[in-house]
Design a protein around this ligand. Structure first.
Ligand code: GLC
Ligand code: GLC
Length: 662
């Protein structure tokens, strides 16, 4: 006998029914929304109100469908829906004029962020410039680098000692007092906007710190706020959940739950014990977080980096990662933002299996996403000098929705995890587990002949899992080379670093520079003497060290300047070349296992990028070039040299070329 369709499915499948319900619901809610839009003073001009109404009418059916899917079975669904719409209306009323204009501009040019002009930078305000006021002095520097996208790492109020580098937020509307004030951030957003730099901030949506007001209230026994988190009296229930969960920070703590003495309950804490997971199954949490999100939108955020998106929804008997509801949740936030702050985009931070990473990428979910696979495989190829796995994975997995974009990075504030697909590895003859062990040995410098000076992060003795910390320069061999005072090794590491940067700058997507890497920042081991940080090796690449000569005299021989200059050259080239306009790239089989190649095409221009991962010269045969182009001549846009098409191409060790086909 066929099983009856579950009620939820039945309803979701009846889109007519949903549309009718949405219409009825909107008719009922509109008068209240109009009142909220007008506000008590009634000052908002009617045309500005009607813009909101138009957007609401357009996007409401989608929002309604998503919210019904998530919360439609709750007795107070309509109450929450109303609250959510009123919040959106109030947010629109309070939205600064310049942002409302930006909303209209970007609605007319929805692909603005996919431009070849986009180049990102990311930094910690306190480490880079002490505070927000200090950051103003660096805008010239950002412009010199060519940045048009600036991600300020979490700068909100957090617990003083343990705060996971800012990812344990105590108040989404307050800035950490050492860093500045919300007024300063709002002003900075406006200045950056004038300078053509988009502001990216984190939305730490999976959890709050245990010092958030909601957590205090939960702890002291307020039932409404206990429902904001996942709190359990019964250890047996906790154990049942625990069976399917993986440990994210196994070095620090085993299990995903923390006992809170005051309430006498177990609290779900996926990350550290002071990061309490929010209970998104509660519509009040969705509403409360929507308020925080729209508040940040009105500060002037262009892109919200949605933190730890994979973990937001839990269901017993599953790993509680990447559940369908986690996607619906983001889509519902997305629909709400289209109504109340449409110029703002989402960037997904899903550092999970590549099949799962791409599921967060969609115009109606996250328009931008980190590209952890490319990142990890670039490091893999650098260690092995072999691009087979990189080429295979990028050929099969590189494509995403054409209206979305990858954010390509080499390093960030987090560790490197070897998130490639096991079957991809097997398909090219690599044993995935053994290979991960090799990569970990290599990047922690234990493998004989390794150039890397990385540190191990979060070893899990049960699974053997390990990830890697370290700066770009240290992982690529500069630290070891300098310690050995060997100019040949130093040159070799410089070439490796530039090779990786060439790919970040020329691949399809937005390049994102982890600031410090532009001048070759090395690991900083001082965190080891700070008890609040010593247990987390990611601090080795979160350094306060600054490049002293940054604003000082120019010295083209100095290593820092060489790194800086080379990067600036790549950035300006990237912006000049129409071939980089479209975000897609076509991976080319170079028939050489050391050379990673891809084609970029656009604006009537075609560029073949070739990257030699070996330290030895390599040759690309003519028939490979013939497959890519019928050009008679190439210009290497990196060196300006002209190359005749005829005898194939010779690449020096670690050479990268951006060949314009003429
Ligand atoms: C994200 C952040 C990471 C943090 C974690 C928990 O992955 O990038 O730094 O530890 O979320 O918030
Ligand atoms: C953060 C951690 C990383 C973990 C990930 C899960 O990025 O640094 O190690 O795998 O979160 O989202």
């Amino acid at each position: 006998m066929q099983r009856p369709e579950p009620l939820k499915q039945r309803i979701m499948n009846h889109s007519d029914w949903i549309s009718r319900e949405a219409e009825k619901s909107l008719t009922r809610l509109l008068p209240g929304v109009r009142e909220a839009l007008a506000g008590e003073d009634g000052l908002l001009p009617p045309d500005v109100r009607s813009v909101f109404e138009t957007r609401l009418k357009f996007h409401f059916p989608r929002l309604f469908r998503l919210l019904v899917g998530l919360y439609g079975w709750q007795y107070d669904f309509h109450y929450h829906l109303e609250q959510i719409l009123l919040t959106a209306a109030r947010a629109w009323r309070q939205r600064p004029e310049y942002l409302r204009k930006l909303d209209a501009l970007r609605e007319a040019d929805p692909h603005w962020f996919k431009s070849e002009q986009m180049v990102g930078g990311v930094l910690y305000v306190d480490l880079f410039a002490d505070n927000l006021a200090g950051l103003h002095d660096h805008i010239g520097y950002f412009k010199r680098l060519g940045l048009t996208y600036l991600h300020l790492m979490p700068l909100f109020a957090v617990p003083r000692e343990c705060n996971d580098g800012g990812y344990a937020v105590s108040d989404y509307r307050a800035i950490h007092p050492d860093v500045g004030t919300m007024e300063e951030l709002t002003e900075l957003a406006r200045i950056l906007n004038n300078e053509g730099i988009s502001l990216v901030l984190d939305f730490v949506m999976n959890h709050t710190s245990d010092e958030h007001d909601w957590a205090w209230r939960a702890r002291s026994g307020e039932a409404d706020y206990q429902d904001f988190y996942l709190m359990f009296e019964d250890r047996a229930v906790v154990d049942q959940y625990q069976r399917n969960l993986r440990d994210i920070f196994p070095d620090i703590r085993r299990g995903s739950f923390t006992f809170d003495k005051q309430s006498g309950k177990w609290v779900w804490t996926t990350f550290n014990n002071f990061q309490w997971d929010l209970n998104y199954a509660n519509p009040a949490v969705f509403h409360a977080m929507a308020e925080e999100m729209l508040f940040l939108a009105n500060v002037g955020v262009d892109v919200l980096r949605l933190d730890a998106v994979a973990f937001t929804w839990k269901r017993m008997g599953t790993p509680c990662e990447n559940l369908p509801e986690a996607h619906q949740l983001i889509q519902a936030f997305n629909a709400l933002v289209r109504i109340a702050a449409p110029s703002m985009l989402f960037k997904s931070e899903a550092i999970v299996h590549p099949d799962e990473v791409v599921r967060y990428i969609h115009p109606e979910e996250c328009q931008l996403s980190y590209n952890p696979l490319l990142m990890a495989l670039l490091w893999e190829a650098l260690a092995t000098r072999d691009v087979t796995l990189l080429r295979y994975a990028m050929t099969h997995r590189g494509d995403i929705h054409p209206e979305c974009v990858w954010v390509n990075y080499l390093r960030c504030h987090d560790d490197i995890g070897w998130t490639f697909d096991d079957d991809d590895a097997r398909a090219v003859g690599i044993d995935p587990d053994g290979h991960r062990r090799f990569l970990n040995d290599f990047y922690t410098g234990r493998f004989p002949g390794s150039f890397a000076a990385g540190m191990p992060f979060q070893f899990n003795p049960e699974t053997g899992d390990l990830r890697i910390s370290g700066t770009l320069a240290s992982l690529a061999g500069l630290e070891t080379a300098l310690a050995e005072r060997d100019p040949v090794l130093v040159e070799a590491s410089v070439r490796r670093i530039n090779l990786l940067r060439s790919i970040m700058m020329s691949a399809g997507g937005i390049p994102l520079i982890y600031l410090g890497d532009e001048w070759g920042m090395l690991n900083d081991y001082t965190f080891l003497s700070d008890p609040a940080r010593a247990g987390d090796t990611r601090w080795v690449h979160r350094s306060r060290k600054k490049w002293q000569s940054k604003d000082g005299t120019y010295d083209p021989e100095a290593l820092e300047w060489r790194f800086f200059d080379e990067l600036v050259t790549m950035v300006s080239l990237r912006k000049e070349l129409p071939a980089f306009k479209n975000s897609g790239m076509k991976v080319v089989d170079t028939e050489n296992r050391h050379v990673f190649g891809f084609l970029r095409e656009g604006g009537g221009q075609r560029i073949l990028v070739l990257n030699n991962f070996s330290e030895f010269p390599r040759h690309i045969p003519q028939h490979v070039l013939d497959r890519c182009t019928s050009a008679t001549m190439f210009v290497d846009r990196i060196t300006g040299r002209t190359v005749q098409n005829g005898d194939g191409i010779d690449l020096a060790g670690h050479q990268y070329i951006w060949l314009e086909c003429l």
